[in-house]
Ligand binder design. Structure first.
Ligand code: URA
Length: 435
């Protein structure tokens, strides 16, 4: 087999066989196929597309290019959740203890933030002493004993995707549905769960700006999941404004804790209940989505989800008292209100700009090596559809540097658009794809 012939085949619009895709992925991972040939191939895929069988074969080949985590030693049906990423997306922090409190084993690999979106691991490090640098054995033991563990992604999880993603990033071939879907799903399949619930975001703060693209991506990923024998469903949710009110590591942790105490923002609670219901049903702990929802509401009401978060934090070296006393979480030295420059309804929030404000304050990384400031960020007081008077607070900004505070405030005000006319509130759940 020659890579040259495969490039020609795809360039001419023909489908590649499973064997050909395996040859290509294996050769590329080992360095036997050079970047320039793989670039030609990704560009050919970009223009000619891939059919369902090819997309599944690419996903499976990338998933098997490194370690495949074996979770069979963990009792019960393991359900993973994945979000395509967004601003203020602290879902895993509240959702995982909620489902774990119902006996759904949570064995999750999470990442750090890069760019304008945050990462679960950074947020969790707001708890003093907490670490995700645990061994695979400790990870599995913790899931069996307390029902939940989160670890950092191992270096050898789907290495073919890691290499291919970096190549796509510099060859203008990221935004192809088959390539995106196979990239995300290869990592999920390698992470070993029996079932997967996907949260596909759409809007100005999301990877998929257009709703129809988000639906297409969701369908593609659900098909791959089923093709790989994993029960998979996808919730398409709004990211045209930040999720909840808090944006920034420790501020988001506090909001997740408030949520587990029954005092969470409406949209965030709704997303947790929706995703959680699909997870609980996939884990066969409830017969229907409605039943699962009721069970999830109950673990918030009776405090068992909050206790589960505390047990999880303690098991990974963190200070569990911070769960019950979130005032002990990192706090910035400057806390200032941003007044509205006009009176009117909030028409639009340029969502990724809000993520960038948090980055400017020091809450995200400019490079992989950057240290992040866990205490900084913003708490929104007004979202799309809300009415605001001139001078009324739009958001509260948490900073540790006056120059960064000034610059983030300016950027924040540029992200808001106002209207004299009534503006409808955003619909959070756009749809659900199960097949
Ligand atoms: N996220 C991924 O992991 N892969 C893509 O291709 C796009 C987003």
């Amino acid at each position: 087999m020659r890579m040259y012939d495969l490039i020609m085949k795809k360039r001419n619009g023909n489908a590649l066989s499973e064997k050909e895709i395996e040859f290509m992925v294996e050769g590329y991972t080992k360095g036997e196929i050079p970047d320039y040939q793989m670039s030609a191939m990704t560009m050919a895929i970009f223009f000619q597309g891939m059919n369902e069988q090819e997309t599944l074969a690419l996903t499976m080949a990338m998933a098997h290019s490194g370690d495949m985590l074996d979770l069979s030693g963990i009792n019960g049906i393991k359900v993973d959740k994945h979000s395509t990423g967004g601003v203020g997306d602290k879902t895993s922090l509240a959702l995982t203890p909620m489902v774990a409190a119902l006996g759904v084993p949570v064995a999750k690999m999470s990442g750090r933030g890069l760019g304008h979106t945050g990462g679960t691991i950074d947020k969790l490090e707001s708890f003093i002493g907490f670490s995700t640098a645990i061994t695979e054995k400790q990870f599995k033991d913790n899931v069996n004993s307390i029902g939940i563990s989160i670890m950092g992604q191992t270096a050898d999880l789907a290495p073919a995707d890691k290499k291919l993603y970096a190549l796509r990033d510099v060859t203008a071939t990221v935004d192809n549905m088959s390539l995106i879907a196979s990239s995300i799903m290869s990592k999920k399949l390698a992470a070993g769960a029996d079932a997967i619930v996907l949260d596909v975001k759409t809007g100005s703060g999301a990877f998929m700006k257009a709703e129809e693209d988000a639906f297409e991506l969701a369908k593609e990923m659900v098909k791959i999941g089923h093709g790989a024998g994993r029960k998979t469903s996808a919730v398409i949710s709004d990211m045209d404004e930040p999720l909840g009110f808090a944006v920034g590591n420790a501020l988001e942790v506090k909001e997740a804790i408030d949520t587990l105490k029954g005092k969470g923002p409406k949209d965030f609670v709704e997303l947790c209940l929706t995703l959680g219901s699909y997870m609980v049903v996939a884990a066969q702990k409830a017969q229907s989505i409605e039943e699962a929802r009721g069970m999830l509401e109950k673990v918030i009401e009776d405090g068992s989800a909050l206790d589960k978060l505390a047990a999880f934090i303690e098991a990974q070296g963190g200070d569990k008292e911070m769960v019950y006393h979130p005032e002990k979480l990192p706090l910035a030295s400057m806390i200032e209100e941003i007044p509205s420059p006009v009176e009117g309804y909030i028409k639009h929030i340029e969502c990724d700009e809000i993520g960038i404000c948090s980055l400017i304050l020091g809450g995200g990384r400019e490079t992989k090596e950057s240290e992040i400031d866990l205490s900084v960020g913003l708490v929104l007081k007004k979202k799309v559809g809300d009415f605001v008077k001139k001078g009324e607070t739009l958001a509260v900004i948490h900073a540790n540097d006056s120059e960064k505070l000034r610059s983030a405030t300016e950027r924040f005000l540029g992200a808001y658009t106002f209207s004299e006319e009534l503006v409808a509130k955003k619909k959070l759940i756009k749809g659900i794809v199960t097949q």
